[in-house]
Design a protein around this ligand. Structure first.
Ligand code: CP
Length: 538
């Protein structure tokens, strides 16, 4: 059983640390074989099948990623096809699903995609697998993300990690790195939030002006992963008044094509803060290396060209490593190599945490019951809404809950009350006869986690359910990721249902583009009322 065969790489975390270290061991072996001219070893890496179909679909410009993959495919003696978006049926409004399903049907196994649309590979991995299955294609198509908008660039992350290891004497105990440049739009640095988990202990210095600073969700992820994170607004600030300067500097270019007009107007000023200057040289530590995913701008390079011939230059070997890393990646996902990989990581099947808990209702006469429960003979009371938040916010969010749960237009009301601990909480009550199925309760748990649902029949609380944020939420057509570049956002018109996964700090991460949302943000405001979620019996 080859662990790698048929695996897609949509985000860097799709491969475990152990799997990546194995991949790097193969890259090392390959590079050494190239140096020795060891044909036998080189041949052992090759797919060596002229019918093995690999597609390159680059919907954004590229030199390194596209050409290193093209050369890697040539090494493998496999069949390369490049799809030109300019004269494809994309221009007639065809969806990603239909386009890539079609290409799978022509016996193509691996798709390398660069796109502005974020999360496209994660979506196609599922969509095209189903297509392959229903058409008995006999293989699972593989999707490799060659950069999706400002989300991730996992193959760049692989070659970056490999290069850092080469320069770290293969030591994975500690890494101190400065990330410099456009950390807001740069997908290569976003992949580092998970990628650098390869090292046991990590210190990351983020150097960027506020306009180009690392989005908070990636900083949170870095901290969750145990990294020490420090923030600086310019190279000058970093080098002055700072004893602990990293010896590895990773530059990224200002991504002008992704910037809005407001930031573009300040581009010279912003670029100055992240461009290395000759006068900084004496402040660098011994054995410092600079890296850059490239390209660098010919007029405004943030690593000036006078540094090319200095020992600081790590970016040239980094770029060269791109081809070797990609040769190995293709060999692994094609199942050509990797049979000898044995994982020592324990894959514990995590028991899904319960997100609803039914508690036994108590209906003794003398018991003090929350306001709203008592007066209703038949109906529902949703209690403890946004417990602990301020009354204004609770009131605002109750409008959302009414919409999500289709409670508008019915009898009843809502108010803000004070619970026993003095905390504010929201209460919604609706008299009548309701039957809430599992899906409806999941909606409630997602939009009002922590609330209690009371079902009242004949003057008694017959059912009491306490909710928590569900670990996953999907299959509701009024969910939407707020990132307009995400494949699941309505503006993309790809008809992809949003899917969210709960994070460790109780937020929802989009399963496609990774954007983190609070539970208050995941349902569309202008949604159609979904009548079948909450059935009125009478
Ligand atoms: N590093 C990188 O992705 O370069 P290209 O845009 O040239 O592929």
């Amino acid at each position: 059983m080859n662990t790698f065969k048929g695996r897609s790489l949509c985000v860097i975390d799709d491969f475990t640390k152990e799997e990546r270290l194995y991949l790097f061991s193969q890259v090392r072996k390959l590079k050494e074989a190239v140096k020795r001219g060891d044909k036998k070893t080189l041949d052992s890496f090759r797919i060596n099948d002229p019918d093995y179909g690999i597609y390159e679909v680059f919907l954004e410009d590229s030199t390194r990623t596209k050409e290193s993959f093209r050369n890697a495919i040539a090494f493998h003696h496999a069949k390369l096809t490049e799809m030109s978006a300019d004269n494809s049926s994309f221009n007639k409004g065809e969806s990603y699903a239909d386009t890539f399903n079609t290409l799978c049907g022509y016996n193509n196994r691996i798709f390398i995609i660069r796109s502005k649309v974020e999360g496209v590979c994660a979506y196609l991995r599922e969509e095209c697998s189903e297509y392959a299955e229903r058409n008995s294609l006999g293989f699972k198509p593989v999707f490799i993300n060659a950069g999706d908008g400002k989300h991730e660039h996992p193959t760049q992350e692989l070659l970056d990690e490999y290069t850092f290891l080469e320069d770290n004497n293969w030591d994975t105990s500690y890494l101190h790195i400065a990330l410099v440049g456009d950390l807001y739009h740069g997908r290569t640095v976003h992949s580092k939030a998970d990628g650098l988990k390869l090292w046991d202990k990590v210190k990351v210095d983020l150097i960027a002006p506020q306009e180009l600073s690392m989005p908070s969700q990636y900083i949170t992820k870095m901290k969750d992963n145990g990294f020490e994170v420090r923030v600086f607004s310019s190279i000058e600030e970093y080098l002055k008044n700072n004893e602990e300067i990293a010896t590895k500097w990773y530059f990224t270019r200002p991504q002008l094509e992704r910037m809005g007009e407001k930031i573009l107007q300040k581009q010279d000023e912003l670029r100055a803060t992240i461009t290395f200057k000759e006068e900084f040289m004496p402040l660098l530590k011994e054995n410092t290396k600079f890296y850059h995913p490239l390209p660098r701008h010919k007029v405004h390079p943030t690593i000036p060209t006078f540094l090319d011939k200095t020992p600081l230059n790590g970016w040239e070997r980094q770029s060269i490593n791109g081809m070797y890393t990609r040769i190995v990646l293709l060999g692994l996902v094609a199942g050509k190599i990797g049979d000898d990989f044995v994982s020592t990581e324990k894959h514990e099947v995590k028991k899904e945490e319960e997100w609803i808990r039914e508690v036994i209702p108590t209906n003794e006469k003398k018991r003090v019951i929350s306001e709203g429960v008592n007066p209703i003979r038949d109906g529902i009371v949703i209690d403890h809404i946004l417990s602990g938040e301020n009354p204004e916010e609770i009131r605002r969010h109750m409008i959302m809950i009414r919409k999500v749960m289709a409670l508008d237009g019915l009898k009843g009301g809502e108010w803000v009350s004070q619970g026993s601990g003095g905390f504010y909480k929201g209460i919604i009550f609706r008299p009548g006869f309701f039957s809430l199925d599992h899906k409806a309760i999941k909606r409630l748990a997602a939009v009002a986690p922590g609330c209690t649902l009371n079902i009242i029949e004949n003057g008694k609380v017959t059912k009491k359910i306490k909710t928590k944020m569900p670990p996953r939420i999907y299959n509701f057509d009024d969910l939407m990721c707020t990132n307009e570049a995400c494949i699941s956002n309505d503006t993309q018109s790809e008809n992809v249902g949003a899917m969210f996964i709960r994070t460790s700090d109780n937020n929802f991460r989009c399963a496609y583009c990774g954007r983190v949302h609070s539970f208050k943000e995941i349902f569309k405001w202008k949604r159609q009322l979904i009548q079948n979620q909450l059935h009125l019996k009478h």
